[in-house]
Design a protein around this ligand. Structure first.
Ligand code: IMP
Ligand code: MG
Length: 189
């Protein structure tokens, strides 16, 4: 698995440092008076990719919060281009009147966030903010407003720290690019 890495784009220390900054900003924005009782917050990571980011972020947030889950698929199997997003599972009871923070790993075409936002707004939350760890410089991303962004990255296919290729590499601690022959399908399993 490590031999498939082309280069490290964001090393784990760098990621953790930025998450600390994001957490301070998010905490400040969700204190009273913005969130009056300071306890009506629900965090929703878009699974599976945002799992690792969310786990690190919430441990830096000194807020009283709940977690709901949503699973979305947009890159089924060994694809590196979005195939259109689809909600596979949602467990989001009781967000009416709560302040929701939607978390995703990466903003690319914006299709995933648009789909999930529309779905969540039907539940009438008091507020809905979005946070992505990574953002690519695409037209779709530019047209998709987000409240918190960890890093703006080049338009390259990346894996690690929750992000996958064919559901592998999510456990890499750094965010990396893969060697060309790996993405072209010669994946060693
Ligand atoms: P969007 O719907 O095109 O904005 O893409 C968002 C989703 O596509 C993310 O939640 C990721 O799961 C996936 N994705 C986009 N770019 C990459 C990448 O470079 N590596 C791995 N997954 C990606
Ligand atoms: Mg995803």
């Amino acid at each position: 698995m490590l031999g498939d890495i082309d280069r490290i784009l964001l090393a784990q220390d760098h990621i953790q440092q930025r998450i600390g900054e994001l957490a301070r900003q998010i905490a400040a924005d969700h204190m009273p008076p913005s969130v009056p009782d300071g306890s009506a917050i629900t965090i929703i990571p878009v699974l599976t990719g945002a799992m690792v980011f969310c786990a690190d972020l919430i441990r830096q947030l000194p807020l009283r919060l709940r977690i709901s889950l949503m699973t979305v698929s947009s890159y089924p199997g060994a694809s590196t281009q979005t195939q259109g997003s689809q909600i596979l599972m949602q467990r989001i009871d009781g967000i009416r009147g709560r302040h929701v923070l939607l978390i995703d790993d990466i903003l690319d075409s914006g299709g995933t966030l648009r789909l999930v936002r529309q779905s969540l707004l039907k539940h009438e939350p008091a507020g809905l903010k979005t946070c992505v760890l990574l953002r690519k410089p695409t037209a779709g991303a530019r047209q998709t407003p987000v409240d918190y962004v960890g890093f703006d990255i080049p338009d390259e296919f990346v894996v690690g720290y929750g992000l996958d290729y064919d559901d592998y590499y999510r456990n890499l601690p750094d965010i990396v690019t893969l060697k060309r022959h790996v993405i072209e399908g010669a994946i060693a399993r």
